[in-house]
Ligand binder design. Structure first.
Ligand SMILES: NC(=O)C1=CN([C@@H]2O[C@H](COP(=O)(O)OP(=O)(O)OC[C@H]3O[C@@H](n4cnc5c(N)ncnc54)[C@H](OP(=O)(O)O)[C@@H]3O)[C@@H](O)[C@H]2O)C=CC1
Ligand SMILES: Nc1nc(=O)c2c([nH]1)NC[C@@H]1CN(c3ccc(C(=O)N[C@@H](CCC(=O)O)C(=O)O)cc3)C=[N+]21
Length: 281
């Protein structure tokens, strides 16, 4: 049976320091506040929003949702972000991605104030990640994946890490963070030939396909470390990762569960960034 890399232990550490910081901020009359912009009804976004709001309550952060039609114009979205940028009661801004196809993502990313950019969308913040500087607002999901591996002492220096995902939320920034850890990184995606060949020869495999239980034991060897970022819901509404946990956990060295893995830590890291923003504004 594999070593189960639970997010819970890391979440606990992050939450403890958040509670202390919120108390200090409250004493100064500040309630740390996150503005969430959701365009349309994407189930991935709604799942994240639900988790964020639940966790906000637990630590004393105010979560405000700005739900807009997915057909909103780039101009209207820019106006909303500019209002939030100048609102002194808002400390962090999160926009769910991917954005609708007609929106100019470059302009939107540049519009978010770098000081409120809690999920690292602005190129000024992203640049730091590309340079290997992980201070400040690192993208929350890649940061969660790296923190879990660090917590459980998974060696990353010199390790071959295969990432199945090339999105701006997960795969691309994660590859840069792992380069900063001296890993050798391969990014795979839907056009990759012989995916199993790559994953079987890797030391660590990070999956973020968004396909419940798609990845089976044939993808791994006995020494594989498996970090499952995928969050989907099966036909009964039950949360599932990309990896067929029951089938894979009996073979590999270590694996993150879903729920209770990377996703839970992503949410806590986001909230810790809101507090960081509130402390520095
Ligand atoms: N745990 C957490 O905190 C988070 C979880 N997620 C979850 O991660 C998943 C991915 O999210 P996101 O990056 O936004 O989604 P995307 O749809 O942008 O990314 C999916 C990636 O998987 C690749 N892919 C899909 N099918 C296959 C396949 N059969 N073989 C190889 N590669 C494949 C795609 O390739 P291509 O580029 O060629 O299309 C793409 O790069 C979702 O389940 C989401 O809910 C997301 C963010 C945070
Ligand atoms: N700019 C942007 N950044 C994102 O990080 C981002 C995004 N857009 N769009 C949507 C996807 C999806 N995503 C989820 C994260 C956690 C849960 C989740 O359910 N978390 C649970 C626990 C899950 C578990 O236990 O594993 C919780 O925190 O309580 C779901 C979905 C983030 N995403």
């Amino acid at each position: 049976m594999a070593n189960i890399l639970k997010g819970k232990e890391v979440v606990k550490k992050v939450k403890e320091s958040m509670k202390r910081d919120v108390k200090d901020l409250n004493n100064r009359g500040i309630t740390p506040t996150l503005a969430i912009i959701r365009l349309g009804e994407n189930p991935d976004d709604i799942a994240y929003e639900r988790s964020i709001l639940k966790n906000c309550d637990g630590v004393g952060i105010e979560g405000e949702v700005y739900e807009k039609d997915e057909n909103i114009s780039t101009e209207d979205l820019i106006s909303l972000i500019e209002e939030l940028n100048t609102d002194n009661n808002v400390h962090g801004i999160l926009i769910f991605r991917p954005l609708p196809k007609h929106i100019d993502e470059d302009i939107i990313a540049k519009t978010i104030s770098p000081l409120k950019d809690v999920d690292c969308m602005n190129p000024l913040n992203l640049e730091k990640i590309f340079e290997g500087n992980m201070e400040g607002f690192a993208p929350c999901t890649p940061k969660a994946a790296v923190m879990i591996m660090d917590h459980y002492n998974i060696p990353l220096e010199g390790a071959h890490v295969v990432i199945i995902n090339r999105s701006m939320v997960v795969g691309r920034p994660l590859s840069m963070m792992l380069l900063g850890k001296n890993s050798t990184v391969t990014i795979c995606h839907s056009k990759t030939k012989d995916l199993k060949g790559f994953t079987n020869s890797a030391d660590v495999v990070v999956t973020a396909l968004g396909r419940p239980k798609y990845v089976t034991d044939e993808y791994f060897n006995e020494k594989s470390v498996v970090i499952d970022v995928g969050i989907s819901f099966d036909e009964n509404g039950k949360m599932a990762g990309d990896v067929d946990f029951d089938n894979v956990s009996s073979k590999v060295e270590a694996i993150t569960p879903v729920p209770g893995g990377v996703g839970s830590l992503t949410t806590s890291i986001l909230l810790s960034h809101v507090i960081l923003a509130a402390k520095s504004l």
